[in-house]
Write a protein that binds this ligand. Structure first.
Ligand code: CAA
Ligand code: NAD
Length: 295
């Protein structure tokens, strides 16, 4: 089994930042690549804020925060990934963009570097074919918010070598996460079940079954979910959910994965959820208020 010593993360958005944080906290020197200095700085700021919140809650010590930040490097240069033993990709959910990146990385990284995608809905096979090292490619699917969510789905596709899968499985344990093995189908285990649930909530809203707040309250208090579906949708990002639903619908051609028209309209309006300040709720107010007053 290969020993992982240095980690690369592509993308410093919601997921990339979280993955980089847990990697650095577990003691791995970790390089995060973003597309501009401004976005790289935003990623560093987000991780620092999360660590400081952890200190406030007594979950992180000041020394752990400093060590974690000390293990992190931020860059815009893909070639700095050349010394990494594993590169985890967490850029936007777009196959062409991801495959263009894998192709660049394949030229930069030595042949033994493992390539892992955090995709929510694409198949690993669709990237393995394009990455130039199909036996080294697999899925490592983390959950949002990464520092708090225990699960990682480890996805072996038909070309992934056993050694790659086992190395990645052990690496996930060293991050302090719980790995499960999942098949390379669109949505793996969790999104196969969770995405139709989120879509159903939007369809229920469009059918005037109940208000945003009452649907959220219903699922929280009646089914024990930590967040209602609209709070969760805003948390995941409506832009990302829309892309995921489109990819899953394209794969399965089943109505339960079809992106609802309201979701599309909200994305067109720039209502991406928490990350843009407004989605089903308006986050400029504390506590956030429902932003859709009528459909
Ligand atoms: N650093 C370290 N620890 C922290 C922290 C921080 N910044 N902030 C909070 N914590 C700790 C708290 O101290 C608390 O610990 P204890 O349980 O030991 O007391 C724990 O984390 C929970 O914190 P809170 O009580 O503040 O928050 P919460 O109980 O409201 O839980 C949550 C927050 C974990 C996000 C919860 O709301 C939740 O599980 N939501 C659902 C998230 C979810 O479903 N994610 C999956 C999305 S789908 C996906 O990711 C896949 C995809 O491909 C789209
Ligand atoms: P995000 O929009 O928050 O972040 C994506 C980041 O990628 C942006 O900061 C963007 O600047 C950056 N980026 C774009 N092109 C890049 C490139 N060529 N090189 C480096 N960085 C680039 O999205 P996210 O929510 O972090 O999602 C990222 C991936 O993780 C997607 O594949 C998504 O499906 C998956 N995912 C998302 C969630 C979630 O809850 N949001 C959960 C699990 C998995």
């Amino acid at each position: 089994m290969k020993e992982i010593k240095k980690v690369g993360v592509l993308g410093g958005g919601l997921m990339g930042s979280g993955i980089a944080q847990v990697s650095a906290a577990a003691g791995f020197p970790t390089i995060v690549r973003e597309i501009s200095d401004q976005l790289a700085e935003k990623a560093r700021g987000g991780i620092t804020k999360m660590l400081n919140k952890g200190i406030e809650r007594g979950k992180v010590t000041e020394s752990q925060r400093d060590t974690t930040l000390g293990n992190l490097t931020f860059t815009t240069d893909v070639s700095t990934m050349s010394g990494c033993d594993i590169v985890i990709e967490a850029v936007v959910e777009d196959l062409e963009l991801k495959n263009a990146l894998w192709s660049d990385l394949n030229k930069v990284c030595p042949p033994e570097t493992i390539f892992a995608s955090n995709t929510s809905s694409l198949t690993i096979a669709a990237m393995a074919a394009a990455c130039g090292r199909p036996e080294k490619m697999l899925g490592l699917h983390f959950f949002n918010p990464v520092p708090l969510m225990k699960l990682v789905e480890v996805v072996k596709t038909i070309t992934t070598s056993d050694e790659t899968a086992e190395t990645a499985f052990e690496f996930v344990k060293r991050l302090g996460k719980e790995p499960i093995r999942a098949k390379d189908n669109s949505g793996f285990v969790v999104n196969l079940l969770l995405v139709p649930y989120m879509i159903d909530a939007i369809n229920a809203l469009e059918s005037n079954v109940a208000s945003v707040e009452d649907i959220d309250k219903g699922m929280q208090l009646g089914a024990g979910y930590p967040m209602g579906p609209f709070t969760l949708l805003d948390f995941v990002g409506l832009d990302t959910t829309y892309k995921i639903a489109e990819i899953m619908f394209d794969e399965y051609r089943e109505k339960r994965y079809a992106p609802p028209p309201l979701l599309k309209r909200m994305v067109m309006a720039g209502m991406y959820g928490r990350k843009s300040g407004k989605g089903f709720y308006d986050y400029s107010q504390d506590p956030p208020k429902v932003s859709l007053l009528g459909l």
